[in-house]
Ligand binder design. Structure first.
Ligand SMILES: Cc1ncc(COP(=O)(O)O)c(C=O)c1O
Length: 404
């Protein structure tokens, strides 16, 4: 077999992520490799840590990249913070809450979940009641769950957790960069994220940050691998049950000792650094405002096309909207038409929403005027071909009113 050079089709990725990566990020990722302990490399790692402290609005020293997709970050946090038998509370409002619960179970934790219907979020009172009932060591929840498009308010939960002596972790994969977030002000102990949504990069790197309290848990479980262990490296506590995701060892690699662990995925580091650099250059508040603007234009546009948005819109993430597939319209045929005729991808959904909604993103590099209007124009035509009767031009017109 002779394989041809990679030549992907032109696509505008307007689903719930991954989205079209910013060309500046892809350019940064084509830079030359250097050795992992080269002073330039270690300086670049330090610089990237500082950039992500700013992205998360934290002063946490323990801010690093985990090499892998977003779920690698989730897994690293949970396996490093949870010892078998620890009690964890996971409020579930979509698919990714179930993922946190499943990963925590695999860590041997005693997992308690509470659920709210898809399309809604929890009140702080509901979460506090569950904390009082379960008495967990860790509260783990998703900020923005792309499966439902909901954005769980987190600002009041840190105080509640502190009052009850509970560590507080949130998965920011889908929300960070496009929705307000402040790790230290909101008193979170651990966060993890990914690049492929509002940060405008490809998947494959998971920025993680840990508060001093979370770090203290990991410090109680320190272990240095045989072969690189030195006198004075005494193992403490229950060993973390993953080598690759042992945040203690990952921190030793990123920290001043530069203790060898994995080989840093240099190309992903370049990409992650560029994502953070671009976000901070734009300004965190300006980026949130941009996502709010283009998200509002898309919401107005789909309504203009006669479609019904799904869920509690007061708690929708800025960067993605779910819309109900109209009665009698074949949802998969519309998505296929958008892809083959216009090169535009929108998303389907999971679980209880499978076949019921499309999910349309406006995030990262694609939180843009032209991307929103093109998608609406194409969707109007695809809907018509599927037997619906959208008012001609009404989607684009409604979005333009938001931009006016
Ligand atoms: C909220 C959330 N968490 C986790 C993930 C999993 O990310 P990955 O596929 O990069 O592992 C996703 C992916 O869509 C997500 O939206």
């Amino acid at each position: 077999m002779t394989a041809e050079p990679i030549h992907p089709p032109h696509r505008l990725l307007m689903g719930p992520g991954p989205i079209t990566a910013d060309p500046r990020v892809l350019r940064a990722m084509s830079a030359a490799l250097v050795g992992q302990f080269d002073p330039w490399m270690t300086d670049t790692m330090n610089e990237t840590q500082e950039l992500y402290r700013q992205v998360f609005r934290t002063r946490n020293d323990a801010t690093v990249l985990v090499d892998g997709t977003s779920r690698a970050g989730i897994e690293a946090v949970l396996v490093s913070l949870l010892s078998p038998g620890d009690r964890v509370l996971v409020p579930v409002f979509g698919r990714f809450g179930h993922l946190l619960a499943e990963i925590a179970q695999r860590c041997g934790a005693e997992v308690h979940t509470i659920e709210t219907p898809w399309g809604t979020v929890f009140t702080p009172e509901q979460i506090e009641q569950a904390i009082v009932a379960v008495r967990p060591t860790l509260l783990a929840l998703v900020q923005g769950d792309t499966s439902t498009t909901m954005n769980q308010p987190l600002a009041d939960l840190g105080g509640i957790c502190a009052e009850h002596g509970v560590l507080f972790y949130a998965d920011l994969t889908a929300s960070v960069g496009g929705n307000p977030f402040a790790m230290d002000d909101w008193r979170l102990d651990a966060v993890s994220a990914g690049l492929q949504k509002c940060l405008g990069g490809p998947s494959g790197s998971a920025p993680v940050s840990l508060s001093p309290a979370a770090l203290a848990v990991i410090d109680g479980r320190r272990h240095v691998e045989a072969g690189i262990r030195e006198a004075g490296d005494v193992a403490t506590g229950e060993r973390i049950r993953s080598n690759y995701f042992d945040l203690g060892m990952i921190l030793d690699y990123w920290g001043p000792r530069r203790l060898n662990h994995h080989t840093e995925a240099t190309t992903m580091l370049y990409g992650a650094r560029e994502c953070a650099r671009l976000l901070l250059q734009e300004g965190l508040d300006a980026a949130v405002d941009r996502h709010a603007l283009h998200g509002a234009a898309m919401l107005a546009g789909v309504r203009g096309l006669g479609l019904t948005p799904f869920g509690d819109l007061a708690h929708k993430m800025h960067n993605v909207v779910a819309v109900e597939i109209p009665e009698g319209v074949n949802g998969d045929a519309v998505r296929a038409g958008l892809l083959t005729d216009y090169g535009i991808e929108i998303g389907t959904s999971f679980g209880p929403l499978h076949g019921r909604v499309w999910r349309i993103g406006t995030m990262g590099y694609n939180a843009r005027h032209d991307a929103v209007l093109l998608t609406l124009a194409a969707l109007e035509q695809a809907l018509r071909e599927a037997g619906a009767s959208p008012t001609p031009g009404a989607g684009v017109a409604a979005a333009k009113e938001v931009y006016a």
